[in-house]
Design a protein around this ligand. Structure first.
Ligand code: OOB
Length: 535
């Protein structure tokens, strides 16, 4: 078993197996089964190119054979940073077939993140585009190579003189079979992060396939589903809730699009007769606006999933009348627990709650400061444990002490209320994080980068309300010499911080408000900026 992975206690693992949650097969095997069951159904369409299940499997196996020739083996970590393209799907399935572990980086990550993932995961390979959205990943790869000695192979999707082009790796000769079982770790997902560096989340084939199975049932994904993916597919949500993997599990068709912009997505919905989409709240706001002036026929849409950040009631109310489809709220986390409103729930529940857990075996507790359970309908901290919620972050024993209770409940850091029927309403957050339209940013990470600037004496990063994104990043700074905002922002960019983590606003202060215990009061800072922006 992968070193640095926290196992489930024996009896709970046996229980989940006995309950039929964990079935023992891998994601690679899932694709193999579909290729036999429905060889000629289109699995993926991306930018004019389509593959059936049989073709997708064949392409993934050829690529797996190429990876194998390079020496990529079971349990090797491979940082994958690809946009929503066909090659993304082939790459991750090739790695699943080998039992190698993709580390799911986002295209928006830069030197700061990629070098850390490669180093921390001791990655053997790094896979990226050559150039994408004006950014030169080949250049980034050169920088990463300098600091990550374990990275033996850099493979790029496109032509490259310096590194290996993915195109050259598809082999005609068969890959050698690798035994991958359900209890093996399938990949490392990224946590939203609450500390300086984001944690890696090991998920096994068994438990991930279980979330696919339940998500497919709850979201009514079938072989007739045509799912449009517009969010970066490396995120847990568009990957598995029900996401592209859920659609593959059900034998439906995925249509890839690498932007959520209505200008691209609406024509695709019309042409491809899309039945299902998964969005974050700011995209819903954009689409509601676009629907007023765009002419496309969107009547094929049956379900619009919305999650990743809190959907406001006002926006939720507009979805069904505007798009004529069912709204399905989803509140999940890469660490595990996923909640959905059900398609046949009352409109009231769909609009006001974030749903209930996908499994009756999910254990949900709402507790106070002393870990004591609070009565129903009372706000508290959400703790959870169940058949697909991790038991620990990858190689992070100290952090795990804080993030999990002694009996294995994950401390989500979310503040919630749960009603008599088990439906959850997210009321707030007790983690030092900004949720910028679904992208999570650890305040401490941004603070550490700012502190590295000589003019910054002290800094506190907090969420500031934003009508569109829900939250944006505000950095309060005490400076010890003259510096302007532009210089600080350029400094962060030069350090290779992903753009979405760069503060939207900088505020200067002479001193920070303090709590009774003499710590910086982020609560007061949040109030201060709330008053200023007046949202
Ligand atoms: C999803 O996963 P992550 O890991 O990027 O972020 C998890 C956190 C949750 O702990 C919560 O703070 C927030 O994102 N969140 C929501 C929410 N969905 C996620 N807060 C309020 N309302 C919602 N509907 O974001 C994720 C993973 C799987 C499915 C859906 C979302």
């Amino acid at each position: 078993m992968l070193e640095g992975f926290t196992l489930w206690p024996e009896e709970r693992a046996a229980f989940y197996r006995q309950q039929g949650c964990w079935e023992g097969y891998s994601l690679g095997e899932m694709l193999r089964r579909q290729a036999v069951k429905r060889p000629h159904t289109i699995a993926v369409t991306a930018y004019g190119q389509s593959y059936t299940y049989e073709q997708l499997l064949a392409r993934s196996e050829k690529l797996a054979a190429g990876f194998q020739q390079l020496g990529i083996e079971k349990e090797d970590r491979v940082v994958v940073q690809l946009p929503n393209t066909m090659v993304y799907v082939e790459t991750v399935f090739a790695l699943f077939l080998l039992g190698a572990l993709p580390v799911f980086a986002l295209p928006s990550h830069r030197y700061n993140e990629i070098s850390y993932f490669c180093q921390f995961a001791e990655a053997k390979a790094y896979i990226a585009p050559t150039i994408y959205q004006g950014f030169d990943y080949e250049q980034l790869a050169k920088q990463v190579q300098q600091v990550a000695p374990t990275v033996e192979h850099i493979m790029l999707a496109g032509d490259t003189d310096e590194f290996t082009s993915l195109n050259t790796l598809y082999r005609e000769e068969a890959m050698q079979a690798v035994e991958v079982t359900g209890s093996d770790v399938a990949f490392l997902q990224l946590s939203g992060g609450t500390t300086g560096l984001s944690k890696l989340i090991p998920r096994t084939h068994d438990e991930y396939i279980y979330t696919l199975k339940r998500s497919v049932e709850i979201c009514d994904v079938t072989a007739d589903t045509r799912f449009l993916v517009v969010l970066p597919v490396a995120h847990n949500y568009p990957m598995s809730s029900p996401g592209i993997l859920g659609v593959f599990y059900a034998g439906g068709t995925v249509v890839m699009c690498d932007t959520p912009s209505a200008d691209e997505a609406f024509p695709l919905i019309e042409q491809q007769k899309i039945t299902m989409v998964a969005l974050v709240p700011p995209v819903v706001i954009q689409w509601l606006y676009a629907a007023k002036y765009r002419q496309e026929n969107l009547s094929s849409l049956e379900v619009m999933l919305v999650g990743g950040a809190k959907l406001s009631v006002e926006v939720a109310k507009e979805v069904m009348p505007t798009f004529g489809c069912t709204l399905q709220q989803v509140f999940g986390m890469a660490e595990g627990l996923v909640n959905y409103t059900r398609l046949d729930d009352s409109e009231e529940r769909i609009i006001y709650t974030q749903g209930k857990p996908l499994s009756t075996l999910d254990e949900v507790k709402v507790v106070d400061e002393d870990d004591q359970e609070v009565p129903v309908n009372t706000e508290g901290f959400l703790l959870t444990r169940g058949p697909y919620t991790i038991q620990g972050y990858y190689k992070a024993p100290e952090h795990n002490q804080k993030s999990f209770t002694s009996d294995g409940f994950y401390r989500t850091g979310d503040l919630v209320r749960v009603d008599e029927a088990g439906y959850i309403t997210v009321t707030g957050r007790d983690k030092d994080q900004v949720n910028r339209g679904g992208e999570k940013i650890a305040a401490e990470e941004v603070e550490n980068h700012l502190l590295a600037h000589e003019a910054v004496f002290d800094v506190a990063v907090v969420a500031m309300p934003d009508r569109f994104l829900g939250e944006k990043i505000c950095a309060f700074i005490i400076k010890n010499k003259e510096v302007d905002k532009k210089e600080l922002l350029q400094f962060l960019e030069a350090r290779g911080l992903a753009t979405y983590k760069i503060p939207d606003r900088i505020e200067w202060l002479d001193a920070f408000p303090e709590t009774a215990l003499g710590k910086v009061s982020k609560k007061e800072l949040r109030l201060l900026i709330e008053e200023k922006v007046g949202v």
